[in-house]
Design a protein around this ligand. Structure first.
Ligand code: ZN
Length: 379
């Protein structure tokens, strides 16, 4: 079988390392077309958005009367959730329950950023510490499974904690830092599979795990997308989509306001994710998530295509840091560097090699698109 020829979009920097990518006659990829046809028409970061947001904020405040909190949000220490926290409390006057999931991999910058924000804004922080022995076991199972999506244990712990908190504290509104401005292009499914697929997590753990997961937080897609949303009426709101949100300006703003610290790349607030997205994923699988991040910034006018291409020339990681982090990750997971290297060299697998709820996600996504509830579907 011959490899299909390499090709890159003429508008963004997505290319054939995303095997499902398609191009039109002008060489523009389907991510760009989805942005133009689906996202742009429903995105109003202007006066109209501001009016809609103000209305929403009134509803949230009215609903929260007499309660300890009127909404909740999760903070990772990264720019999107940090800026959202500032916006919610200082500018929109909301009373959020702010929580953080400590999965054992916080970077120094993340810890500092969360502390500074909570301090300056006078917020109470709820920290959920994930049982480290279980976390370690699940992460190791994903390494052994050979799949690209080894960040799912962290991802899922975050989601599940969020929904568990919302259900427990009877909070009606969840604010999310998800936004079109920096995330309008999504990671292809073959790069990073759904973090909410409990069936896949359980199957991989059943095959490769060594201890039972008694305390690890789980949330099934059916529970949080249907039960919590439609029966308990919990609503997820993305305030950053109603305002002009420019990543560079937001970082500058928070640095001045609260002493927020920059970190070198999106998601690098977690040391595990830095290792995973910066090194493991591009080196083992050829998937460079910077292409997705830069493409989002290109489409939303925050980066030129030339700048993105120039930055992609260099690896996201220097050799010295790789060596250090390789050892750090191995030691923390309780294995040798050689064992970790062995997982790097083992055959590559995909989410299709394990049980999944893919069909549930596919049907759900179709229904959401038909109902106009979601625009860009991960593919
Ligand atoms: Zn494109």
């Amino acid at each position: 079988m011959t490899e299909p020829a390499y090709r890159i979009c003429t508008r963004c920097v997505m290319d054939t390392t995303d095997s499902a990518i398609t191009f039109d006659a002008d060489g523009v990829c389907d991510h760009c077309r989805t942005f133009r046809d689906k996202t742009l028409p429903m995105w109003h970061p202007d006066e109209r958005g501001r009016r809609d947001l103000d209305q929403l904020v009134s509803l949230i405040k009215a609903d929260g009367k007499g309660r300890d909190f009127d909404c909740m949000l999760g903070i990772s220490g990264g720019i999107d959730s940090s800026y959202l926290t500032y916006l919610a409390k200082a500018e929109l006057g909301l009373r959020p329950l702010v929580f953080h999931v400590d999965a054992g991999w916080n970077s120094q910058e993340a810890v500092n950023n969360i502390e500074r924000l909570v301090d300056v804004l006078g917020l109470d922080l709820y920290t959920e510490v994930i049982d480290w022995e279980e976390m370690r076991d699940l992460q190791l199972a994903f390494f052994k499974a050979g799949v690209p999506h080894i960040d799912i244990p962290q991802d899922h712990a975050f989601f599940a904690t969020m929904y568990n908190f919302a259900a427990k504290h009877r909070v009606k509104y969840i604010l999310t830092g998800a936004n079109y401005s920096t995330e309008c292009v999504k990671n292809p499914l073959e790069w990073i599979y759904f973090g909410t697929d409990v069936r896949q997590i359980r199957d991989i753990h059943r095959q490769f795990g060594q201890r039972p997961l008694n305390r690890f937080p789980f949330s099934n897609i059916l529970r949080h997308k249907i039960y919590l949303r439609y029966i308990r009426r919990i609503k997820v709101v993305a305030p950053l989509n109603y305002l002009p949100y420019v990543k560079e300006d937001a970082m500058q703003f928070l640095a001045e306001k609260v002493g927020w610290q920059r970190y070198p790349q999106k998601h690098f607030e977690s040391r595990f994710t830095r290792f995973y997205e910066g090194y493991w994923l591009p080196r083992k699988f050829g998937f460079d998530t910077r292409k997705v991040q830069f493409s989002s910034l290109i489409l939303t006018g925050q980066m030129t295509r030339e700048e993105a291409l120039a930055r992609l020339q260099a690896p996201g990681y220097d050799e010295e840091t790789i060596a250090q982090d390789f050892e750090y990750v191995a030691t923390k997971l309780g294995i040798t560097v050689e064992e970790l290297q062995g997982y790097m060299d083992a055959p590559n697998k995909t989410y299709r090699d394990y049980k999944s709820q893919r069909h549930v996600f596919r049907i759900g996504a179709k229904a959401m698109t038909l109902l106009g509830l979601e625009s860009a579907v991960k593919r």
